[in-house]
Design a binder for this molecule. Structure first.
Ligand SMILES: [Zn+2]
Length: 545
């Protein structure tokens, strides 16, 4: 989009009062302001409670937009606009920035990203958990060619890089392989990655020694990127995993972030007191470590990744099925899976594992592991639950939702000043499968449950954790704050009624209360309806900007 007048530059109006139009044109001044006294904008939102993203208290005022930028902000702005909207005392916030999203593939199916728009999200970052497109360049080009409502950037995944070079083997990389991986990381950064994501919990990331991650982190850090980790362990070894994430940042020389921080498993609840203490301690000695989280006490990932031991997953799906076909190995895997179901991701009970989707049998979506035990005539025990998980894996694998997080840890993490909100969700085809409600509800839920109902966060603090803070974290210095000169990504909502509607039982429900969403100065959602505008940008990282 072309900018018709730069905000905050020299004042052309003053100039135009003293010279002729012809002279003004000769001087290169814009023609459209020549005939008017008051400023002319494209859009003015009037009478809002402006929560500007910095954490400062809200103030009453108007926001004027010209082209793709915020041109003016303040009480009772003079001037006119092609479109003026009285927002009637609703909150005007910066559009929310989701730094952990799985929407990088599904955006091509649903370029309107409606489940995001309805909760005020205007930007998301794909490529989380060590998994991304590779090479990144061609994917970013395809994305450029796709008309879309929201802005999209991506991390590069360490697991994807390792899978390409070392495969799914449980071994250290050779020096030559390490050089290859460093070159791939550098290439992705030059293509436009925002940083490096790791998924050390998943295969093949799980087989990576910390030193190897540090080597890649150094490459990414030199090019201005950040590191974000789905940590190696979020249950019994969570403290060691936080130390490892801090170490990657400290030795890699780059900002590091614990993504979707939580404590999984009743056996380990309460550990966030210690993990947050470690974060504070690291920051005190100068390590740039931060946190993101989603506001739910259930997680979501594939059933086999969650419930089978890592060694059983080595070599990929076929190798995993072969191990399960061997009675002795199956018995060993069953013992370990039973322990994981009891103490970790299974939440101690097969009722706490809910199938989100099975591509090979959509009718299983929404059923619990207990339902599968009954369906298969298995024993109702931890071992029976493990067998149910094996059956699902053998049939082709399923996604699951796992209720195994305590509210106490969630609240402690949310209150911490260096935690931000991110959904870990996806762009959803409305009505398909039985997804975790976080894709529909995350940002609205923070505003309703944790701001309005429980007072865990102030409105301003919540908005900061969803806009300025995540934008700053991924280097988007021209977004995330309402201030003249910034790009006009805005979300308008009623703080008295905003809420998430999606539940674990009925996930396919858009969030409620967002009346207007603006991306790059264009209205993409109005009156809870998606407009025809497709102003979303592709966001490039520091090595390509
Ligand atoms: Zn993850």
């Amino acid at each position: 989009m072309t900018r018709r007048r730069s905000a905050g530059g020299p004042a052309p109006r003053t100039l135009l009062h003293s010279v002729t139009l012809a002279a003004a044109l000769a001087a290169g001044a814009p023609i459209e302001t020549a005939a008017q006294d008051a400023p002319a904008y494209d859009l003015i939102l009037r009478n809002g409670r402006i929560v500007d993203g910095t954490g400062s208290p809200w103030y009453r005022g108007d926001v004027a937009v010209l082209g793709d930028r915020i041109a003016a902000v303040g009480p009772a702005l003079t001037g006119t606009a092609r479109r003026e909207i009285d927002v009637g005392s609703q909150v005007i916030a910066p559009g929310f920035v989701d730094v952990h999203s799985h929407g990088g593939g599904s955006i091509f199916e649903v370029p309107t990203a409606e489940n995001y728009l309805h909760q005020g999200v205007t930007t998301f970052v794909a490529g989380p958990d060590g998994s991304s497109e590779l090479p990144l360049g061609p994917w970013l080009e395809r994305l450029e060619a796709l008309p879309r409502t929201v802005n999209v950037g991506s991390m590069v995944g360490q697991g994807t890089i390792r899978g390409r070079v070392v495969g799914a083997a449980d071994r250290a990389a050779t020096p030559a392989e390490l050089e290859q991986m460093k070159a791939l990381a550098e290439g992705a950064m030059r293509d436009g990655a925002l940083g490096l994501s790791t998924g050390l919990f998943y295969v093949p990331g799980a087989f990576t020694p910390t030193e190897e991650v540090v080597e890649l982190a150094r490459v990414v850090g030199r090019l201005g990127g950040i590191h974000k980790s789905h940590m190696r362990d979020e249950a019994s070894a969570i403290v060691e995993s936080v130390l490892e994430t801090i170490r990657i940042g400290e030795e890699g020389g780059l900002p590091t972030q614990i993504t979707h921080h939580k404590v999984i498993g009743p056996g380990y609840w309460g550990a966030s007191a210690e993990t947050l203490r470690l974060v504070d301690e690291a920051r005190a000695r100068g390590v740039d470590v931060t946190i993101d989280q989603y506001p739910y006490t259930a997680s979501a990932t594939s059933i086999h990744a969650a419930l089978l031991p890592k060694w059983a997953q080595e070599g990929g799906a076929q190798a995993m099925r072969e191990r399960l076909a061997d009675p002795a190995q199956r018995a060993r895997i069953r013992d370990e899976s039973a322990r994981i179901i009891e103490l970790e991701r299974g939440g101690g009970n097969p009722d706490n594992v809910v199938i989100s989707s099975c591509p090979w049998d959509p009718s299983l979506a929404g059923k619990t592991l207990r339902d599968v035990i009954e369906l298969r005539g298995l024993e109702l025990s931890l071992h029976g639950a493990a067998e149910a998980a094996f059956w699902l894996t053998e049939q082709g694998g399923c996604g699951g939702v796992f209720h195994a997080i305590s509210e106490e840890d969630l609240l402690r993490i949310m209150r911490h000043p260096v935690s931000m909100i991110a959904s870990d969700g996806d762009i959803i085809v409305f009505g398909r499968a039985h997804p975790h409600p976080r894709s529909y509800g995350t940002f609205a839920r923070v505003l309703s449950r944790y701001v309005r109902e429980q007072g865990v966060l102030t409105l301003e603090e919540a908005v900061r954790k969803m806009s300025a803070f995540p934008a700053q974290r991924v280097g988007l210095t021209d977004r995330g704050v309402i201030r003249a000169g910034m790009i006009a990504d805005l979300a308008v909502f009623d703080p008295a009624t905003v809420h998430d509607a999606a539940t674990f039982e009925e996930p396919h429900q858009y969030a409620v209360g967002f009346s207007l969403v603006v991306v790059s100065g264009e209205i993409v959602l109005e009156g809870e309806r998606v407009t025809d505008a497709r102003p979303g940008r592709v966001l490039y990282g520091p090595a390509r900007r």
